[in-house]
Design a protein around this ligand. Structure first.
Ligand code: NZQ
Ligand code: ZN
Length: 392
């Protein structure tokens, strides 16, 4: 069990969105707001009009950055930073899913520097984050946990890179979490978001060192919450209880609480980011395809007991089997949940992805870790490539 410091500075308003409170929170930071959003879902659900009217009625000066893509691109960050500089923006308001919020975080940092936005992600430069504009967000999709964490992931199609980076300056100041704003999320995106939440929990749960019982128990409870409520939300999109449980779990899966005592060496995320960098696939879908294969690849005397525990405590698999059989049942139960219950595509071939880029993707996945991804089982580029092949 490692020592840790826990601090999460995000103020969360959970429940029905109050525009009065939104205006009050924004006004602490100034009057000139840049509102960022994606491809139009917020207009379809009436949220755009609601927010714009409230801000205009309150006399705020509002600018907009629409069209932020899923797997947000560095060009959107550049456009947003230019708007901030041009209009002397005081505060950013992200209205949308994790892509919009991640992009907004890096706009907040890029608005305060003269260099190009990608310099924050270029391994040679890794420009420091020394200042950032304040960020307020209204979340519309439960998945990434970006609403309560300090990270953001940005894609650069010019170099087929997708990179994440953390900075304490990029925590949102305030996050508005209204589960009813996720009623319109499609069944597919609900499934992908749920796979993402589950993966965030698995990335920290699967560690071979000593772990705190209390934190493992929290993680297992959150995993059970996803397993219980994701299918309900897919079947009944306007089930508040299901949407609320998924939303609050998405935030707590990655806000620093549950992984505090564990090595933060993630495995499926670095592998998935290369997949979406090259093929622009949905993050949660890539994680779903990778996760059971990764666990299978990690099977060893050291890792089997944790996998068996996962099966028993999350999926209720039998304890009356040798540990290896228990681990295999756990992986089967996970696959059944992801591919049968959530209905996610189970192979890369089905997405028309072949092995053309596997070697270069694997090399990139391990690059920031000096060639050895130090996770549940340390992975070299050859290991990562083998896992990609298991996904075909
Ligand atoms: O663009 P719009 O029109 O808004 O549509 C979006 C998008 O097409 C739609 N959507 C969002 N809210 C909706 C809705 N549709 C109907 N009703 C609503 N209420 O859903 C689609 C996907 O949205 P996106 O924001 O891309 O999804 P998500 O929240 O899953 O974000 C994914 C991105 O976050 C990164 C991923 O890599 C990916 O780039 N991640 C960020 C992390 C972080 N900051 O900590 C951690 C994660 O591991 C992840 O890497
Ligand atoms: Zn994720």
């Amino acid at each position: 069990m490692k020592d840790f410091t826990f601090q999460n500075p995000v103020r969360v308003h959970f429940g029905q969105l109050s525009c009065d409170r939104l205006v009050e929170e924004l006004k602490q930071y100034g009057n000139r707001v840049l509102m960022t959003y994606g491809g139009g879902s917020i207009k379809k659900i009436g949220l755009y009009d609601k927010v714009v009217n409230a801000l205009r009625d309150a006399g705020m000066e509002l600018y907009e950055l629409p069209g932020i893509e899923p797997n947000p691109r560095v060009d959107s960050v550049r456009r947003g930073a230019a708007l901030c500089k041009e209009h002397g923006i005081d505060v950013l308001l992200s209205v949308g899913g994790g892509s919009t919020l991640d992009c907004t975080k890096w706009i907040a940092a890029s608005a305060c520097v003269e260099h190009d936005a990608w310099d924050f992600f270029d391994y040679e430069k890794w420009s420091p984050v020394e200042r950032a504009l304040p960020i307020v967000d209204i979340l519309t999709l439960s998945a990434t946990g970006s609403e309560m964490d300090s990270g953001g992931v940005i894609s650069n199609p010019a170099s087929s890179d997708k990179r994440g980076r953390l900075s304490p300056l990029l925590f949102p100041k305030v996050s508005f979490l209204d589960p009813s704003l996720t009623y319109s999320v499609s069944s597919y995106q609900t499934a992908c978001g749920s796979a993402d939440i589950l993966s965030h929990l698995m990335e920290v749960y699967f560690s071979t060192g000593d772990t705190m019982y209390m934190l493992d128990t929290f993680i297992e409870g959150m995993m059970r919450t996803v397993v219980r409520y994701a299918p309900v939300a897919m079947r009944e999109p306007e089930n508040y209880e299901a949407r609320a449980n998924l939303m609050w779990t998405s935030s707590w899966a990655i806000n620093g609480l549950v992984g505090a005592d564990k090595p933060q060496a993630w495995s499926c995320h670095p592998m998935e980011h290369e997949l979406s960098a090259v093929y622009d696939i949905t993050h949660g879908l890539g994680l779903a395809i990778l996760s059971p294969r990764w666990l299978t690849y990690c099977m060893s005397d050291a890792t089997l007991p944790k996998m068996a525990q996962f099966g028993r405590n999350v999926f209720g698999t039998s304890a009356d089997l040798p540990v290896r059989e228990q681990a295999l049942s756990a992986i089967d139960a996970l696959s059944h949940f992801l591919f049968d219950t959530l209905g996610l595509t189970s192979t890369l071939s089905a997405l028309h992805i072949d092995d053309t880029h596997f070697a270069s993707m694997a090399a990139k996945a391990v690059l920031p870790y000096a060639g050895n991804l130090p996770g549940f089982k340390p992975l070299t580029a050859a290991d990562v490539e083998a896992i990609y092949r298991m996904c075909l």
